[in-house]
Design a protein around this ligand. Structure first.
Ligand SMILES: [Fe+2]
Ligand SMILES: [Fe+2]
Length: 723
């Protein structure tokens, strides 16, 4: 199969990006990386992300020959065994290994993201989704088990003197912590993550490479040297890597079996994901081997000069090196910086081979010199190493050409234009259509933006009802303390117990969308990058538990489908099927929940309050009576559903406890960072708690008021206007 045939054979369905104006310039690797670390706030970058991913997995230089057709497990093994990595360089400056650890940071700090889409609520309810979830549970960790892999990479960075935050922070071009190709290398996984419908086979293949060959053979080789320097290396810990390799292999085999042995198109696509990961890594390693980053002491010093040049200019007066004014050398770019270093080596400031006798070291950068602490301790080491090696054999000038970027970079959409398009596209959609699009937002990115406006409206309506209707004003939020919120939860338990004898009327005569989307409001916390924040870690832990912790039979929505199947004779259609949403009851609630789930960055306080209230309801209360009633009726699935929620959501160490810890952790972070913002954030949490409290325990008058104020919302009032 030639490249053109390959393009033809692989029809990757494009998500609906809409007709939206674009920025004038294509995006850059670092820009796209920063956008995709916070995808919810950068939906206008989804189109470039999709182009980047599809170009990488259909690139003409991927291997054309696949392993011979064979049974699925033999095929997957052959794929992995054929992936060989070139030997790394053996001669390098002392600081090169730590430089490589820093350069890998964009990838290490986003470890695992590529699996996220497969764990979203519309995709997780099958064996491949369950496998993705299980792998994510290892990669993301949670506050009750272990730290995330991005956290571990962060620990490595901290141990070598690099604050992890600087990797994604805005920075001047010449002060970028990593070369462009290192950002590019991280992009494929981040882009794949967003499109589980369009790129499912490629994600499976990419994951296989990451878990079996990757993530970074070069750093595996350099680990002993990094260890000798006191670096934290738990990221490379072999225990969970062995497990991840097993699971990724199993997932790839499962995928091949699902698609049928010998289905060339499916295997081709999975293999392309694998090869694209391999090719991206191969180029990155080559770039690290002295082509794009310094590897010799001299190159390291040239690099240091490049980083200082902007602020060195204007401060060297009439000083000359050789025949050249230093000011000109600083201003002259890379070639001039190389000249500067060459002249410096021959100048009176340097005694070749003897740093301790070189005035640069003994005078200029000493406490008595004009350049004291201009160089960091690590840079001073680099300077000494360079001087010690002088006179160096003349390195081949011109050296090797750097490895060019290979990614496809297109222009982002205009953010305001996208917002206008989103309103136009979805303003007339009814709840059924809206919910379908929100649940399948990977195919309709603009609906994320629409959902944000919709949820804003819904929350504003609730706030206004609770704050202005005298019938609902009986409760005001108590002053926040960790104890106060814990006591609210304890009181709720007591009220649950009081109502224990009363079963909840459950209308199971037709399927209810909310019951098929249990946990959907937490989908946005499938986020390897944020999993290290305690509250996000707990919320991911709860989401994983709702989805079955990697066991299909434990998945709450899978069980709900069995309830309806036994009642209605056939199971409801999957959530990826538009027809499902015509078959089931759809109200405003799941529409708002999904809208918030796609904008967790914006609605974190509301989601914390909502989630706490949802987890706390019914436990030791109506779940028990309802479960027993279903047992008497002989409905084993409905009985299981209620019994399971009664135990899994428990207050001592279950979902309610985790939700409470998440609220306390988040507000603790707010108190640390901005104490004056604490009240406002707490009131946002409390608002959603109070809303569900009125629904569950309010007086008849309160419930009537709520129905009048909120329950009768005209749909139009939730539709964001065209801004
Ligand atoms: Fe649940
Ligand atoms: Fe739960």
């Amino acid at each position: 199969m030639g490249p053109a045939d390959m393009e033809r054979a692989i029809a990757i369905p494009s998500p609906e990006f809409g007709s939206v104006a674009h920025a004038l310039e294509p995006c850059h690797p670092r820009e796209l990386y920063r956008a995709l670390r916070e995808p919810e706030d950068h939906v206008h970058y989804f189109e470039p992300a999709f182009h980047f991913a599809t170009a990488a997995v259909t690139a003409a230089d991927l291997p054309q020959e696949l392993p011979a057709p064979a049974a699925a497990d033999a095929y997957v093994r052959a794929l992995v065994n054929a992936a060989t990595i070139d030997a790394p360089p053996t001669h390098y400056a002392r600081s090169w290994p730590t430089r490589i650890a820093r350069e890998f940071a964009p990838a290490g700090l986003s470890d695992g993201v590529w699996l996220q889409g497969l764990a979203w609520v519309a995709h997780v309810e099958n064996e491949i989704g369950m496998s993705a979830l299980r792998q994510l549970m290892i990669r993301c960790g949670d506050p009750g088990t272990s730290e995330s892999r991005p956290e571990r990479y962060g620990a490595l960075l901290r141990s070598i003197g690099v604050a992890p935050g600087v990797i994604a922070r805005w920075e001047l071009e010449e002060l970028s912590p990593c070369s462009d190709i290192s950002f590019e290398h991280a992009l494929l996984g981040m882009a794949l993550a967003l499109f589980p419908t369009a790129l499912r086979p490629e994600i499976v293949g990419f994951n296989l490479w990451m878990a079996t060959v990757g993530p970074c053979p070069l750093l595996d080789r350099l680990a002993p040297e990094l260890h000798a320097r006191g670096a934290s290396l738990t990221y490379f810990d072999s225990g969970d890597r062995t497990k991840l390799a097993e699971l990724a292999t199993e997932m790839a085999v499962l995928y091949c079996q699902e698609e049928g042995d010998g289905t060339d198109g499916a295997r081709r696509r999975m293999s392309n994901g694998f090869y694209a990961a391999h090719e991206s890594y191969r180029r990155w390693q080559l770039a690290m081997s002295g082509r794009n980053v310094p590897i010799t002491p001299r190159q390291t010093v040239v690099d240091i000069v490049g980083r200082k040049a902007r602020f060195a200019q204007g401060h060297h007066g009439r000083l000359r090196l050789g025949a050249h004014p230093m000011e000109e050398l600083f201003a002259g770019g890379r070639k001039a910086h190389e000249e500067l270093v060459a002249h410096l080596a021959r100048s009176r400031w340097i005694t070749p081979g003897d740093p301790a006798a070189s005035p640069l070291v003994t005078t200029l950068i000493s406490i008595d010199g004009p350049m004291f602490d201009i160089f960091t301790a690590a840079e001073q080491d680099d300077l000494r190493e360079w001087i010690a090696e002088l006179p160096a054999r003349e390195e081949a000038s011109g050296e090797c050409e750097p490895i060019p970027l290979a990614g496809r970079y297109t222009a982002p959409q205009d953010a305001a234009g996208l917002a206008r398009y989103a309103v136009e596209r979805f303003r007339t959609a009814d709840y059924r259509a809206l919910l379908f699009h929100l649940v399948n937002a990977d195919q309709f990115p603009a609906v994320r933006v629409f959902g944000r406006g919709l949820a804003e409206r819904a929350i504003a309506t609730v706030r206004s009802a609770l704050q202005s209707d005298p019938r609902l004003h009986s409760q005001v939020p108590p002053a926040y303390s960790e104890r106060a919120v814990a006591e609210i939860v304890v009181d709720n338990h007591a009220r649950n117990v009081e109502g224990q004898a009363q079963a909840m009327a459950q209308d199971l005569s037709s399927a209810e969308a909310s019951m098929l989307l249990d946990g959907c409001w937490l989908q946005g916390f499938v986020d390897a990058i944020r999993a290290g924040l305690e509250e996000c870690g707990w919320l991911f832990r709860i989401y994983a538990s709702e989805m079955g912790d990697g066991h299909l039979a434990w998945n709450h929505n899978y069980i709900a489908r069995r309830i309806y199947e036994s009642r209605l004779g056939t199971p409801p259609l999957p959530a990826t099927d538009r027809r499902l949403f015509d078959d089931v009851r759809v109200g405003v609630v799941p529409v708002v929940y999904m809208s918030m789930a796609l904008n967790t960055h914006r609605f974190l306080p509301e989601l914390l309050g909502l989630n706490l209230a949802i987890e706390a309801r019914g436990v030791c209360g109506w779940y028990i009576a309802t479960w027993k009633q279903h047992v008497r009726e002989g409905d084993r699935w409905a009985a299981l559903y209620n019994r399971l929620h009664n135990s899994i959501d428990n207050y001592a160490s279950g979902h309610t406890k985790w939700s409470l810890a998440a609220v306390q952790s988040f507000l603790g972070r707010v108190r640390d960072a901005a104490p004056s913002a604490l009240d406002e954030q707490w009131q946002r949490v409390w608002l959603m708690w109070r809303l569900l409290e009125i629904q569950g325990f309010g007086t008849a008058g309160e419930q009537q008021a709520l129905k009048e104020d909120v329950g009768t919302l005209a749909r139009e009032s939730l539709v964001p206007s065209v801004a």
